[in-house]
Ligand binder design. Structure first.
Ligand code: CTP
Length: 403
């Protein structure tokens, strides 16, 4: 890879954390891709790596102190930053994320962030307990809801010796995501796309339900990427912990029946339906108005009935729409997916092997196989869900085009 960022002006924001040293490598990778990069540092970043390193590598003064001159070209430097094509904050500490979420401006990096109105990409890195703290989650969600792209940290051994989620994402992945910010296609402009996401909850009584492990991440990633490519997206979401991406109509539902109703309401006007949701196949035969007591009925047998199969039903109403389904399989992945594709008259099915712990439910990564109606197959390696979303949207845009 080289030249993918030719002519692009990028501000690399470095905040305090053990992985700050990795930004020096990222700087070199960005420059190798042709970008002009200037670095801004938070006050704490300087405790981990010196501004001199970045100055030497970038060949430019480093923005590190709001109140200090950085040479004759001080204003020019700040103007560059304000007019840059992208600001990438790598690594982003819990503190810098909190400041960005709340608009605090008390050092060079946070001040620059507040005065910057372009695209921003943030790659958090911190201890796993900090990362899972609800305050940090809320701040990250705030940034996401403003359209800031987050490169999720990875699971692994952390600098503090613990193991968990918090390690800075691989530099190659961060680089890919930065490049992706500039490759936005507009091939879905004006096209109405429905995406379903997340699990359904089938109520048993006022406090209990049957559900599944779907996190909704794949569907939300598809909705967000489709919208960036110009699509008019309606996201129909079961219960998740995710924030609705900006600029998208999000309709919430609980059970399969509600999801079915919403999909049917919107289907006739759409160009493509992408059924990422893990729709519950069964629901209790009877909903109990009052909480079921444990000493009732001896063994308490729960009788289940089949839920409507949304995709099978929608197949009979197809009028040129492209219909895409997902197959979550733990064995005979290919055969089972192919059978579903044919049985439910889909145009394309995305087959996932849910038996692999490092991908699928809850993960930010996925590994999938696309199978098309004409049995064309595309095997894909493990990759971030946003990347997979874009590959799938490439296929869908083509299918819409062909008609
Ligand atoms: N699906 C649906 N309605 C359902 C169940 C599933 O529309 N009641 C859709 C899913 O959104 C997915 C596809 O059908 O796109 C395949 O779902 P999956 O759960 O993998 O398969 P099922 O058809 O439910 O079959 P099985 O549970 O036997 O694997």
């Amino acid at each position: 890879m080289s030249g993918n960022l030719k002519g692009k002006n990028i501000v690399l924001g470095v905040s305090g954390g053990i992985s700050a040293y990795k930004s020096a490598d990222l700087l070199r990778l960005l420059m190798k891709e042709g970008a002009t990069v200037k670095v801004a540092m938070s006050a704490n970043a300087k405790k981990f790596i010196t501004p001199l390193t970045f100055r030497a590598l970038s060949g430019s003064p480093v923005y590190q102190n709001v109140f200090e001159e950085i040479g004759d070209d001080a204003m020019e430097h700040i103007r560059f930053a304000e007019q840059a094509d992208l600001m990438a904050v790598v690594p982003a500490s819990a503190n810098s994320i909190a400041k960005m979420a709340h608009g605090l401006a008390d050092d060079a990096l946070s001040t620059l962030f507040v005065s910057f109105s372009g695209k921003v990409l943030v790659a958090p890195a911190m201890n796993d307990k900090m990362y899972s703290n609800p305050a940090v989650t809320e701040n990250i969600n705030k940034l996401k809801s403003r359209g800031i792209f987050i490169v999720e940290p990875e699971y692994g051994k952390l600098a503090c010796g613990a193991e968990g989620k918090g390690r800075l994402a691989e530099l190659e992945i961060i680089l890919k995501e930065i490049i992706a910010q500039f490759c936005q296609k507009a091939d879905l402009a004006g096209k109405k796309i429905i995406v379903t996401a997340g699990p359904t909850r089938e109520p048993i009584d006022p406090v209990r339900f049957i559900s599944n492990r779907s996190s909704g991440k794949m569907g939300y990633a598809i909705a967000s990427e489709a919208s960036k490519r110009g699509g008019e997206v309606t996201l129909i979401s079961g219960p998740t912990n995710l924030v609705s991406p900006p600029g998208i109509e999000t309709l919430y539902c609980e059970c399969a029946e509600e999801m079915r109703r919403l999909v049917f309401d919107k289907f006739s006007q759409c160009k493509a339906l992408i059924m990422t949701a893990a729709v519950g196949d069964f629901s209790p035969e009877n909903y109990e108005e009052n909480k079921i007591k444990k000493n009732l009925n001896g063994g308490n047998v729960l009788k289940l009935k089949r839920n409507p199969d949304i995709l099978s039903e929608i197949a009979t109403r197809k009028d040129g729409q492209i219909v895409v389904g997902f197959a979550a399989e733990s064995e005979n992945v290919f055969e089972n997916a192919l059978e579903k594709l044919q049985k439910k008259s889909m145009d394309l099915i995305v087959a996932n092997n849910i038996a692999k712990p490092e991908i699928g439910f809850g993960s930010d990564y996925n590994e999938a196989t696309f199978i098309k109606k004409d049995q064309q197959i595309r095997y894909l390696d493990r990759m971030p869900k946003t990347e997979l979303a874009n590959l799938l949207l490439d296929e869908i845009a083509e299918l819409i085009e062909v008609g």
